[in-house]
Design a protein around this ligand. Structure first.
Ligand SMILES: *[C@@H]1O[C@H](CO)[C@@H](O)[C@H](O)[C@H]1NC(C)=O
Ligand SMILES: *[C@@H]1O[C@H](CO)[C@@H](O)[C@H](O)[C@H]1NC(C)=O
Ligand SMILES: *[C@@H]1O[C@H](CO)[C@@H](O)[C@H](O)[C@H]1NC(C)=O
Ligand SMILES: *[C@@H]1O[C@H](CO)[C@@H](O)[C@H](O)[C@H]1NC(C)=O
Ligand SMILES: *[C@@H]1O[C@H](CO)[C@@H](O)[C@H](O)[C@H]1NC(C)=O
Ligand SMILES: *[C@@H]1O[C@H](CO)[C@@H](O)[C@H](O)[C@H]1NC(C)=O
Ligand SMILES: *[C@@H]1O[C@H](CO)[C@@H](O)[C@H](O)[C@H]1NC(C)=O
Ligand SMILES: *[C@@H]1O[C@H](CO)[C@@H](O)[C@H](O)[C@H]1NC(C)=O
Ligand SMILES: *[C@@H]1O[C@H](CO)[C@@H](O)[C@H](O)[C@H]1NC(C)=O
Ligand SMILES: *[C@@H]1O[C@H](CO)[C@@H](O)[C@H](O)[C@H]1NC(C)=O
Length: 494
């Protein structure tokens, strides 16, 4: 039932990346089996659509090459956007004129709907808050469990321009401080902590953080506390964010941290290409995360997988694991399509990135760590990446000696292994891949297969330092370190 073409008992005969898929499907399936919430999507809507991996060197069975589109949306197992009670934010006195502050109305609406839902059949059906067409200015407000925020077409939630409307909250334990400034940090515009079954969706309504004021504070060096995210969910599970446009976040746009079962799909995420740190989506110390069918353009990574910073991340020890990122496209002139780290101290594993399309960007894929990070990045499969006008197609970089404080452990080296990078096509590039391990570390089991990188400057060669693995069908010729002196079972070559 899990996979028509690969019974769980067939694990051992599958190449490791296939095992990852089976594992992900099994995890999702067992999650659904354990939860009391009826599954919104049939199991067939989990990861079991088309076979995503490049053909192994010997021809695979025909069904594995089926090209049906697939979805990981089954990671969300909540009740969906429909709820037992619903109301419009207007009923709570909100005014959609773009000028009136509606912070109190949004907060009242969430509290009141939570109460009303409790009165209906024990509250299990939850509540839905509708935002009709209009421009709804607001400061930060919190969501609640079994809750849907629904933005109709033409609805725009606008972030307040008063910093006090983004109150300070405690730093995350895995960062030990605000990411940018010591001490507490501004809360996100839309926030939730300790929740279960939260949906933010609509007919492509918009959440606009109006982050310009915050970027200026950053540029002017007058920022007192770390900027807020546009949407942040902390320690929550069963999250679905879909069919909306997110614009102009002050800082990272969507930030699930210490969460599980998070689906982010059909999103448009926009920020000016020079807006500082406006990452699109940052799964952080989170598991069972699905990101699919998103268009993102911003001033930082389109997607960045993280898991805490130096000694704080090491001591919290919460990895980001079982993550699928598919059909993401976009541009970021100074950063990467998909980034890993640089904060990765809790570990990152079991990540599948496929059908990524990146243009006019600094990198398509970047693994970024630093001295003192500890942690690991392992069991990563990156397949079918298309890129145009990218400066460095694939980069492993050492980071910028960027630490939470001076008490990090200089001997804590990041470990990177089992990374398969396959079916990569790039044109109009500038540089060959640049792969550098952090001083003192050795990265092994890195494999490249079917890679065609065109337009690289004459004279430029692959640059590798303490990074080893295998390469098959790669142009231009990789560095000596990839001319196979060992073999990683992850790559399925042996
Ligand atoms: C990586 O995958 C292997 C199986 O190929 C598994 O044994 C190992 O536990 C995985 N590592 C992590 C950190 O998930
Ligand atoms: C929102 O949640 C945060 C974190 O749980 C909390 O610190 C804050 O006081 C809450 N804000 C409101 C308005 O309830
Ligand atoms: C996370 O949220 C759950 C409720 O869903 C709560 O019981 C638990 O204490 C929270 N954990 C932390 C570390 O805040
Ligand atoms: C949603 O709105 C954005 C911004 O206007 C637009 O670029 C995108 O194409 C729209 N998405 C859909 C599915 O209509
Ligand atoms: C930042 O500096 C510019 C130029 O000095 C100034 O016009 C602007 O008001 C400042 N912005 C903030 C938010 O302080
Ligand atoms: C930053 O702190 C200074 C001094 O306390 C204060 O004047 C200024 O308004 C603060 N800025 C923000 C954005 O909170
Ligand atoms: C979101 O968009 C998808 C694809 O356009 C559509 O199938 C789905 O019904 C939409 N969901 C909502 C809640 O509008
Ligand atoms: C590769 O990804 C692109 C999207 O970037 C998609 O259009 C194409 O169908 C994918 N190719 C395969 C073989 O799946
Ligand atoms: C190599 O990768 C490209 C891009 O995904 C794909 O179109 C092509 O079929 C692949 N070739 C082989 C031999 O797998
Ligand atoms: C490959 O060779 C390098 C240097 O020759 C060595 O450091 C590394 O450990 C070798 N890797 C394997 C997997 O044998």
């Amino acid at each position: 039932m899990v996979m028509a073409h690969a019974k769980p008992t067939a694990h051992e005969t599958l190449p490791p990346p296939l095992r990852l898929l089976v594992l992900l499907a099994l995890l999702a399936a067992s999650y659904l089996a354990l939860t009391r919430i009826p599954a919104a999507a049939p199991l067939s809507a989990l990861l079991i659509g088309r076979q995503p991996l490049p053909p192994p060197l010997s021809a695979p069975p025909a069904p594995l090459l089926s090209s049906k589109s697939s979805s990981c949306a089954g990671f969300y197992a909540g009740a969906g956007p429909a709820r037992a009670v619903a109301a419009s934010v207007e009923e709570f006195g909100a005014v959609g004129d773009g000028v009136t502050s509606n912070t109190a109305a949004f907060r009242r609406a969430v509290a009141d709907l939570e109460e009303r839902a409790r009165g209906v059949g024990g509250g299990g059906g939850g509540a839905r808050l509708e935002v009709p067409p209009g421009r709804w200015l607001t400061g930060s407000f919190n969501l609640t469990s079994r809750f849907t925020l629904f933005l109709h077409r033409g609805a725009v939630i606008l972030g307040s321009q008063d910093p006090e409307e983004w109150p300070l909250i405690a730093p995350l334990p895995s960062y030990g401080r605000g990411r940018e400034r010591l001490g507490p940090r501004h809360i996100s515009l839309i926030h939730g902590e300790g929740l279960n079954d939260v949906v933010v969706t609509g007919n492509n309504g918009t959440i606009d953080g109006q982050g310009g004021m915050w970027w200026e504070l950053w540029w002017n060096r007058t920022l007192n506390h770390t900027r807020g995210h546009l949407v942040e969910l902390v320690n929550s599970s069963n999250i679905l964010i879909s069919n909306i446009t997110l614009r102009n976040s002050p800082f990272w746009t969507v930030h699930p941290v210490y969460c599980s079962n998070v689906v982010m799909k059909d999103l448009t995420i926009l920020a000016p290409l020079n807006a500082p740190n406006t990452d699109g989506i940052d799964p952080d110390s989170s598991s069972e995360v699905c990101i699919e069918d998103c268009y993102i353009e911003s001033g930082d990574d389109l997607v960045a997988i993280k898991s805490g910073w130096d000694q704080y991340g090491i001591s919290v020890g919460k990895p980001s694991t079982n993550i699928v990122i598919q059909r993401v496209s976009g541009t970021t002139p100074t950063c990467s399509g998909v980034g890993f780290g640089s904060e990765m101290s809790g570990g990152i594993s079991n990540v599948l990135v496929r059908d990524l399309h990146v243009w006019s960007s600094a990198q398509a894929v970047r693994l970024k760590t630093d001295i003192g990070r500890g942690g690991y990045i392992t069991n990563i499969t990156i397949v079918n990446v298309t890129m145009e006008k990218v400066k460095v197609p694939i980069r492993f970089s050492r980071g910028a000696d960027d630490h939470s404080d001076d008490n990090y452990d200089r001997t804590a080296l990041p470990r990177i292994s089992n990374v398969l990078i396959s079916d990569i096509v790039g044109v109009d590039l500038q540089r060959a891949p640049m792969l550098e391990a952090v001083a003192g570390a050795v990265y092994e089991g890195i494999c490249f297969r079917n890679v065609s990188l065109r337009g690289i400057r004459r004279q430029d060669r692959w640059h590798c330092e303490s990074v080893y693995g295998e390469a098959h069908g790669v142009f231009p010729a990789p560095c000596e370190e990839f001319r196979s002196n060992g073999s990683s079972s992850w790559c399925g070559f042996s």
